[in-house]
Ligand binder design. Sequence first.
Ligand SMILES: [Zn+2]
Length: 324
Amino acid sequence: MGSDGYYYPFDYKVSKNPKDSMLAKTEPREGTNVVAFLDNGAPTTIVIGAHFDHLGLGHDHNSLDANPEGKIHNGADDNASGVAGVLELARYFSENDFIEKNNFLFMNFSGEELGLLGSKKWCENPTLPLEKINYMINMDMIGRLNDSSKKLLVFGIGTSSAWKEVLEKTNQYFSIKEDSAGIGPSDQTSFYLKNIPVLHFFTGQHSDYHKPSDDIEKINIEGEVKVLELIIDVVEALDSKPKLSFFKTQNAETPRMSFKVTMGVMPDYTYEEKGMRLDGVTDNKPAAKGGLLGGDIIIQIGNAKIESVKDYMKVLATLKKETR
Ligand SMILES: [Zn+2]
């Protein structure tokens, strides 16, 4: 999942100066999308995708490790979990022929962490007509299901009238947290911007996000299987229905903001009580230096009450560095 695409999961500063940008400092690099088509001879096609790039050796200024350079960022959750999902669903749908009215395009995208580069590139140069795509399902970070809360975040519910109903019909296991917006921090955004209904499945933030510690030992494999079973049920339930209608969604929920200051905290996006609970803090940043810990809840900054992550972002955007 990208951290500085269309909204900011983190409050770290993103420079507006192109000379400071992540790409300007490096030599040109080449990324490759890996795409497979399962032809059922059907008029419409379902895209099932996940990004397979991550942060490499931490040279691109998108790691949250205090000293990331040279450390291997495996990205077991972000996004080997999604890639495993694409491979497993490709295996499942190629071995089971319940799906008759749709073909499948299984896609692994490159360059997501640097700004959805692979999915944007494909959407600008599609290998089949975009109007033949029924809908797109994105899996980005589906490997960390919490077994007690069973919380599953699903973004893009508002992009078609069919989503809410089909999820209600098929989901028996998860506590689903719905987000209507088609624009989000991952590759479904590229497809939404081409007027294609999208869903993004996400098991939630954690303190290993964008750190070398995002490793396989922490993956909830049984939890991921449950997510894939839900996606299979959704796809099967929709196969008898006509091509989904597309709806534009309100994106005001996640305005693009710029920050002049940073606290170095990782919000818990699954927290629904008042305040902003922290999943973790970044070493050597102000929050860590001030003694904040994962699990703490921020309820006020200065005179401003903080009731949600959104409130926190709004307040943070108004703050400047103090010069002494
Ligand atoms: Zn990411």
